[in-house]
Design a protein around this ligand. Sequence first.
Ligand code: 5GP
Length: 209
Amino acid sequence: MIPYNRTVGTRDLRFDRHGIIFIVSGPSGTGKSTLVEAMLARHTDLTLSISYTTREPRAGEEQGREYQFVPRSDFEARRDRGEFAEWAEVHDALYGTARASLDEAVGLGLDMLLDIDVQGARQLKAAYTDAAVAVMVLPPSWEELARRLTERRTETPEVIERRLARARGEAEALGSYDYWIVNADRADAIATLDAIVRAERARVSRMKS
Ligand code: 5GP
């Protein structure tokens, strides 16, 4: 219970709570990255978690900015030492979130934003329970997702087909999530995610006892 007198002292109550791990997942082509960027622009006190990955950097990506790019042997050594709060294999590469930075953020009352897949979301929901809030971003329809992926013209038809199959699989994991956002209208989707962030921050149950 939070003593009533906590609300009348000189202490700044905004920082008197546990941090939140905001997880955003969703198939590629749903506009997830745009939503994540919009949240980081609106909430300067929200920190993007930089994952470790064994995949090669793409053109324009920088070491330490999009990911910590590491060799597979390095990743596996970290994993075996228990350094990841979650990890998963996605499209033949390994991805993982460092445990230390998440634990530190939660303890200090800082909020993190994670763009991770459904396997990772499940692991974090199991490990961090209420400190982890998972949001799934979905396309308005599978036809629309297929259209968006085809329009990009960056992938071959086989890759698009594989992404669509994976997208359907991800949507089936919706039961592990707290919220879902159907991204039909960008401004509307941003407003919904913003509302989730604000409401979750306002939960009395997050206050430190
Ligand atoms: P990309 O290689 O295109 O940046 O990401 C591929 C997929 O890996 C995306 O669905 C992304 O959400 C997921 N991903 C990125 N980092 C992590 C991570 O640390 N853990 C897990 N489980 N998935 C991740």
